[in-house]
Design a protein around this ligand. Structure first.
Ligand code: GTP
Length: 252
């Protein structure tokens, strides 16, 4: 493993992109690959390479990852563990994924900083908003672990909150579906995909983009959302460049 390092951001020629600062969120399940549990190193490497490609365009990148590949809330209730404790376990799971992601990114020469919403100073920096912004300005990918640090909030909400706090231009939600449809494309072959949709239409039609807390946070703070298929190589960079056919843009 290489020693983490720093590079000067202006080493790269900044290219014209639709978004200059992004917050990419993906679920812990995305890291499963073909496994039933844990982290598939091939998937981890793939995601790190996708992030590196946008980072090299000069885009400032924040990352939030879920923890469902390691621990799911439903497991907690089945085991008789209460909601708050289960959420604490889920937040720790996100931090495990975040550490893995940090290592993989640094192994391919992407400088990173990891900040945790739950203090555990031996492992990660605490989340400090102004420090996170400074890291982004210095050209480090910042990974935000441990959700919001509070039970009852999803990682989507953590991602929305961090995106707003670091003044990202957009939140990119990487999923296994290629956007938002008028009905579930995995159940209805005639489902129609939206290239763009407004926040009010999503509310009116009752579409499931993120949980309502996360979605409302974005709406109230004028933060656009792009939902896209993160499993297709090159999609992330195309979204950042503003290619409209990829994913669905939720806008105002
Ligand atoms: P600049 O001040 O902009 O140079 O940022 P920096 O992150 O390089 O400086 P700092 O000296 O704060 O951090 C050096 C390294 O220690 C980085 O990898 C940080 O992520 C890490 N670090 C800083 N604070 C903590 C902490 O509280 N806990 C842990 N585990 N690591 C920390």
């Amino acid at each position: 493993m290489r020693v983490p390092f720093d590079i000067e951001r202006d080493f790269f020629l900044p290219m014209k992109t639709e978004f200059n600062r992004i917050l990419l969120k993906f679920s812990g399940e995305a890291l499963l690959g073909d496994q039933e549990y844990g982290i598939d190193p091939k998937v981890l490497r793939f995601i790190a390479e996708e992030v590196k490609a946008v980072f090299e365009l000069g885009v400032s990148v924040g990352l939030v990852v879920g923890g469902g590949n390691i621990f799911r809330g439903v497991q907690a209730s089945e085991a008789g563990i209460d909601r708050v404790s289960g959420d604490h376990m889920g937040m720790l799971a996100t931090l495990m994924n975040a550490i893995a992601l940090q290592n993989m990114l640094e192994s391919i020469d992407v400088p990173t900083r990891l900040q945790s919403a739950i203090r555990m100073a031996e492992i990660a920096e605490p989340f400090i908003r102004r420090k996170a912004i400074r890291h982004l300005e210095k050209g480090r990918v910042v990974i935000f672990g441990a959700g919001t640090g509070n039970p009852y909030f999803t990682t989507d909400t953590a991602a929305s909150l961090r995106a707003i706090e670091v003044e990202a231009d957009v939140i990119l939600k990487g999923t296994r579906v290629d956007g938002i449809y008028d009905s579930d494309p995995e159940k209805n072959a005639d489902a129609v995909k939206y290239d763009t949709i407004s926040f009010s239409e999503v509310y009116e039609k009752g579409l499931n983009v993120m949980d309502l807390t996360a979605f409302t946070l974005c709406n109230e703070n004028k933060l656009p959302i792009v939902v896209f298929d993160m499993n297709t190589p090159g999609n992330l960079i195309q979204v950042v460049k503003g290619k409209e056919e990829i994913g669905t843009l939720v806008e105002f």
